[in-house]
Design a protein around this ligand. Structure first.
Ligand SMILES: CC(C)(COP(=O)(O)OP(=O)(O)OC[C@H]1O[C@@H](n2cnc3c(N)ncnc32)[C@H](O)[C@@H]1OP(=O)(O)O)[C@@H](O)C(=O)NCCC(=O)NCCS
Length: 172
């Protein structure tokens, strides 16, 4: 029998969090390991993205988190945040497991992000990406994002150059 490798997107749930944290660990090591030490990435994961903080994020009214599922496994994660006071819709994070990148999961997650932004009548999606992360910058450009400015981002002690990008949301 052929295996069904369909990718599904659904709202993240508390039971997903251990798997989400492992996905973040693996993807951060792969993406940022040359620029930020593995110890610092793991410390950031165990403090800022500890299971309790992630559970709080899931319960936060202004946030929406989604997972991409394939064959019963979590292969992608996306976190969105609405800042109504400043009229900013943030794509805070989007990650797909390294060996499953380039197969459509990121695009499905981002499409869902655009749907949520549209639902809340935001005209743009905003994100920050490390300037050295050329591959993802090219991916974002292909998805319609443009650079608007640069600003520093600090992990725990390491400060990096971040590119802030915007994508205009179209309404039917
Ligand atoms: C960036 C990321 C989320 C994209 O998800 P993905 O699943 O790899 O991307 P997809 O397979 O959905 O991409 C689909 C489309 O992008 C294109 N694409 C893929 N990689 C690309 C690249 N590096 N540059 C330009 N286009 C690219 C594909 O050709 C495809 O185009 P099509 O729809 O016209 O056929 C994922 O690669 C990732 O997690 N990267 C590492 C972590 C990271 O940097 N996250 C962002 C932090 S700010």
């Amino acid at each position: 029998m052929l295996q069904d490798d369909t990718i599904l997107i659904r709202i993240a749930e508390k039971k997903d969090l251990p798997e989400v944290r492992e996905l973040l660990r693996e993807t951060w090591h792969d993406t940022y390991g040359k620029n930020v030490s593995i110890e610092e990435l793991d410390t950031y994961l165990d403090t800022v993205y500890c299971e309790k903080n992630l559970a709080d994020i899931l319960n936060e009214d202004r946030e929406n988190c989604f997972v991409a599922i394939q064959s019963g496994n979590i292969i992608g994660w996306m976190r969105l945040k609405r800042d109504d006071d400043n009229d900013i819709f943030h794509l805070i994070s989007i990650y797909v497991k390294p060996h499953l990148q380039g197969k459509g999961a990121g695009k499905l997650l981002l499409d869902q992000g655009c749907r949520i932004a549209r639902e809340y009548r935001f005209e743009k999606i905003t994100l920050g990406v490390m300037a050295v992360n050329k591959k993802s910058i090219e991916w974002y450009k292909k998805q319609g994002f443009v650079e608007i400015r640069r600003e520093p981002f600090t992990w725990i002690t390491t400060t990096v150059d971040n590119i802030i990008m915007d994508k205009v949301i179209f309404f039917d």
